[in-house]
Design a protein around this ligand. Structure first.
Ligand SMILES: *Cc1c(COP(=O)(O)O)cnc(C)c1O
Length: 422
């Protein structure tokens, strides 16, 4: 459920009209709803065993204002780079609630995280373990770690967001887990605290989660028998969200929470979770204007002012996003089919093919829905298109939480070397 609804014929974010916002900030722009972020966070946390840590996956939406909104509710952060660590700390998320994931942590990033005093490192390989040990010893401290184990479970999601099978770069294969834990236990700069697992994103079925979590439970028994103190279990993120309104919806957080509670009851671990999409996806939209309606022989193209540089999910993952007209169409009005495309010079700059939409003309506004996760964070300035601004709404209030880039900003990023100057 989200707080983007038509009111008096206009699509609104909570109490703010999107057409009015478009006039004030221009298009395209991202708009996030605080009430939706809060609701998703609370529904999820309410479904989990008491004492669970919810570490919001910053890579889904790293805007400081979004992070701060979640921090106020008690959220921690799951970060995958030194940059995300800096942003989480800047947003007021306590280091004690930050977990550091990712396959390629550098020594500089490790040092920064140790200095900050983060909750734990989710270590993904033996070389990383060795490097972290050296960094921790040099800093005169010990790094709290889990090992991210790879249970070889197919998450049955899009190939580009599956992470829990033996073919992906993520985690330590189950068969090697005990020997890597033994190695970790021998390292003086390492403190083993638990186990971590994350099998993929946009899962629409609980079964792969359950299979993975049960396998991890068996591993925990073995690891304890081997003498390791396993007190924490990080179950990652990955719960899917509805992108398509006519599809069978993914399992709700309550069903996920009930499954987790049942499966992990006897594990004796403090649980942590790393949801990203679940919290943020349906808390954001990308609002865009129609530039032209171009009638071809076979298709009618709706050319809008947002492009794949603003929202890359359709081009990268074949993702489906619902598209709504900002002005509510009259009931029973015609719905011609459009290919909704951006201005970027790439054939893959296509948001939707053969999509039935209300009749639209140049200047009309559309909202691309479910764009709050893996939207603005993945944006770039390809085709020298300045990055779109981000707006956060709370009730009747709104604020620009990241301004639009200007052409001057784009130009200022480049440098002319001496031999070309003058
Ligand atoms: C991407 C990622 C997440 C978040 O995934 P969602 O599908 O957005 O919930 C959590 N943990 C790790 C390690 C990730 O890489």
């Amino acid at each position: 459920m989200n707080y983007f609804q038509y009111k008096d014929g206009v699509l609104c974010a909570e109490g703010v009209r999107l057409d009015v916002l478009a006039q004030k900030v221009g298009t395209p722009f991202y708009c996030y709803s605080s009430a939706t972020l809060e609701r998703h966070y609370k529904v999820f946390s309410g479904a989990l065993p008491a004492g669970s840590l919810i570490a919001f996956s910053v890579k889904a939406n790293g805007n400081l204002a979004v992070l701060k909104t979640l921090a106020r509710l008690g959220a921690g952060a799951d970060v995958v780079s030194g940059g995300e660590l800096a942003k989480a700390l800047a947003a007021g998320i306590p280091a004690s609630k930050i977990v550091f994931s990712g396959v390629g942590k550098t020594r500089d990033e490790m040092r920064a995280a140790l200095n900050a005093g983060i909750h734990q490192f989710n270590v993904e390989s033996e070389p990383e373990l060795v490097a972290l040990n050296e960094v921790a010893l040099a800093a005169g401290t010990r790094a709290p770690i889990t090992l991210r184990v790879n249970p070889d479970v197919d998450a049955k999601t899009h190939a580009k967001i599956t992470t829990g099978t033996a073919e992906t770069k993520f985690g330590i294969p189950f068969a090697h887990a005990r020997e890597v834990y033994a190695h970790a236990a021998a390292l003086k700069g390492i403190e083993i605290v638990g186990v971590d697992v994350h099998i993929g994103s946009q899962l629409t079925d609980l079964e792969p989660f359950e299979t993975a979590f049960k396998r991890v439970g068996e591993l925990i028994v073995q690891l304890r028998a081997d003498g390791h103190a396993i007190t924490r279990l990080d179950l990652g993120g990955g719960l899917g969200v509805p992108y398509q309104h006519d599809n069978s919806p993914p399992p709700d957080p309550a069903a996920y929470g009930a499954m987790v509670t049942r499966v992990t009851r006897d594990f004796g671990c403090q649980l942590s979770f790393e949801p990203g999409r679940l919290i943020a996806a349906n808390a954001g939209v990308l609002v865009s204007s129609v530039i032209y309606v171009k009638r071809g022989d076979a298709k009618t193209f709706l050319i809008i002012d947002a492009g794949m540089n603003d929202l890359i999910r359709p081009a990268m993952y074949d993702a489906h996003h619902e598209i709504a007209a900002v002005m509510e169409p009259a009931a029973g009005s015609p719905r011609p089919k459009y290919d909704v495309v951006g201005p970027v010079c790439e054939t893959s700059d296509l948001f939707a093919a053969d999509r039935a939409l209300p009749e639209l003309k140049s200047g009309d506004l559309v909202a691309i829905l479910s764009a709050g996760a893996y939207g603005a964070v993945m944006a770039g300035d390809y085709n020298a298109r300045p990055r779109a601004p981000e707006v956060l709404v709370a009730g009747e209030q709104w604020g620009i939480v990241r301004p639009r880039e200007s052409h001057a900003d784009l130009i200022a990023k480049d440098r002319i070397p001496d031999w070309l100057a003058g």
